[in-house]
Design a binder for this molecule. Structure first.
Ligand SMILES: Cc1cc2nc3c(=O)[nH]c(=O)nc-3n(C[C@H](O)[C@H](O)[C@H](O)COP(=O)(O)OP(=O)(O)OC[C@H]3O[C@@H](n4cnc5c(N)ncnc54)[C@H](O)[C@@H]3O)c2cc1C
Length: 251
């Protein structure tokens, strides 16, 4: 199954490269920046895919280049723009992205990836996000809501605390709007949070998803989180065929 994904990834290269421009920037949670680019040419993508962003004449040098890949946050139906969200860090790339003004030119593309909604809408989907790993799910949820797609989706969103959790209000809006969408928030280091506080382990999975292999599981986040959650799913008894992962290398 995972091998198949790589084959599809090669085939779904939709956009080579083109110019773009920063049209909006805002801090959407503590240490988390959202940036929207306007694309110079029309393009298409599938919800869940990622894009390479290359900064042009960045103010800071980065030995790892001025290019990074980011999952696209907006829905494919929002034409002509690409929105990303990222944790601010000390890398030359991130310092430059924070400093570049609205109007600054960038290079966008290519767009790729096989971490997308399954064609089969029958099986319930369990989206598991660790921190900034929420980004591809925002695109999928917007797309599913806009097109009234019959997916039954449960999102498990794990963060340290609510102040650094991006898109809480948007997710609450989806919950109000979509009867087939459930939201489980867990804050693992937030003394003011009265809700779920546990990390996602096998016990957590078995408790929230008693019909274990009735679901398809998707896991996104920093590699250590993805590895730990994948291990927890397997320990709980989930078949590997029912698990898809997207590792945000670099965290
Ligand atoms: C498919 C995909 C989607 C992504 N989507 C997002 C997103 O939506 N939002 C977001 O914030 N980030 C996303 N990322 C991660 C992003 O590309 C950056 O790697 C990350 O944001 C860290 O960048 P940085 O400049 O802060 O750190 P960097 O300076 O780039 O990296 C920090 C440290 O990680 C190490 N490192 C970086 N990349 C790798 C690698 N590939 N393998 C091993 N070590 C590495 C570096 O050596 C460095 O020590 C995604 C990554 C992938 C693969």
């Amino acid at each position: 199954m995972i091998a198949l994904y790589h084959i599809i990834a090669q085939k779904s290269r939709i956009l080579s490269r083109m110019k773009g421009k920063i049209i909006d920037k805002k801090e959407i949670a503590t240490g988390t920046l959202q940036v929207t680019f306007a694309a110079a040419e029309p393009f298409t993508f599938k919800a869940g895919q990622y894009v390479f962003v290359t900064l042009i004449n960045p103010p800071y040098f980065d030995e790892r280049s001025s290019k990074r890949h980011f999952s696209i946050v907006n829905s494919p139906d929002e034409k002509g723009i690409i929105t990303i969200a990222t944790r601010l860090r000390d890398s030359g790339f991130k310092k430059s992205l924070k400093e570049l003004p609205v109007g600054a030119e960038v290079e966008l593309g290519s767009i790729s990836g096989s971490f997308v909604l399954p064609d089969d809408t029958a099986k319930p989907l369990v989206f598991i996000a660790g921190g900034i790993g929420i980004t591809p799910y925002m695109s999928m949820l917007k797309y599913a809501a806009e097109n009234k797609l019959p997916y039954r989706i449960t999102l498990v969103y794990s963060n340290r605390d609510s102040s650094s959790s991006a898109y809480l209000q948007e997710l609450a809006n989806f919950k109000a709007q979509m009867s087939n969408f459930k939201l489980i928030l867990t804050m693992t280091e937030d003394p003011d949070w009265s809700g779920e506080k546990r990390k996602i382990d096998a016990g957590f999975i078995k408790e929230y998803f008693p019909d274990l292999n009735e679901n398809l599981y998707f896991v996104v986040g920093p590699p250590p989180m993805v590895e730990a959650v994948q291990k927890a799913l397997l320990e709980a008894g989930v078949d590997i065929e029912n698990i898809s992962i997207e590792n945000f290398t670099g965290y």
